[in-house]
Design a protein around this ligand. Sequence first.
Ligand code: KG4
Ligand code: ZN
Length: 353
Amino acid sequence: MLVLGLETSCDETGAAVVHADGTVLSDVVQSQVKVHAPYGGVVPELASRDHLKNVRPVVLEALTRAKVSLADVAGIAVTCRPGLTGALLVGVQAARGLAWSRDLPLVGVDHLVGHLLSVFLRFPDVAGPPAPAYPFVALLASGGHTALYRVDGPELSRIRELGATRDDAAGEAFDKVAKLIGLGYPGGPVIDRLAKEGNPEAIDLIWPMRRKGSLEFSFSGLKTDVMRWVEKNGLPGDDQTLRDLCAAFQRRVVDTLVGKAVDAATREGVTSLVLAGGVAANRELRERAKARCEAHGLTLVVPPFRACTDNAAMIGYAGSHRLAAGENDAGALETSPNTALARVTRKGRGLRN
Ligand code: KG4
Ligand code: ZN
């Protein structure tokens, strides 16, 4: 069964053709990084307009690269939540039009479920890790979300949040700190590169949410601490201090993510820990997670980089389960800025009962 996936929730226009077994026939991603870079973050209205311009050519390219036509696909899956409303609407309306014109079933997919299942994608040109068996614990760390989940199956009802960030997402912290110290957008890859040559012990920053036993995160205090350091010491130039600051910041983010992810996997009694989302591309995160997992008898599964960042293949794959079950959202498909996954962590202070 082939599925056409569409993704327009944030700053990537994506279309992909995937098989229900996870094989990716094509995966086209048109990034908007250049559109938003001058502003140091995603500008929603510019995102919608760029999706509108690119959605048609991106879909056509995905079909062409997969050497199929709409007549060959069994259904369409589109990200309908969470995300920027204007951006989501572009993908949803495009998918609606395509489904209606070909009388194809159409299902809405929660973007976070897509990320959590991205580990099952198989790219013909990239050797990926063996897929984990259910249940597993996944750390999803991206620009918009940071949370730990227990995943018992591919359906929404079988995915449970164990803890999430109370404020900034991990990728958002990378982006904000990079902007603060003049490194541009997106911040993750450049901090990753500079941190490699820095000493994480050279600068003393706070450790975020160290409370033992808590699976919640908070990165805004760390970001403020970097801001305070800059106020006191001035902006570091292109020197060793800049590398040390990046290393100190990254070590705190990485060790917090890894520590809580390993705690969650151990507590849930699963054998595999999965990393997903753009921050999973971070080299120190991958290295330290691998070492901690080995020490705790856990198997670490990290999807290839292109599966970690936003793409439509993960949306197509996540939607294939709903399509295979005969589901069809057709006329009832709506967008939402929020995930459909139940949240246990409240934004701001205090636990949700
Ligand atoms: O998953 P993604 O492509 O989009 C969202 O759904 O947000 O993640 C993008 C985020 C950005 O915040 C970016 O700075 C971060 O992932 N990122 C990284 C690295 N590569 C991308 N963060 C740390 N280290 C990296 N190597
Ligand atoms: Zn994402």
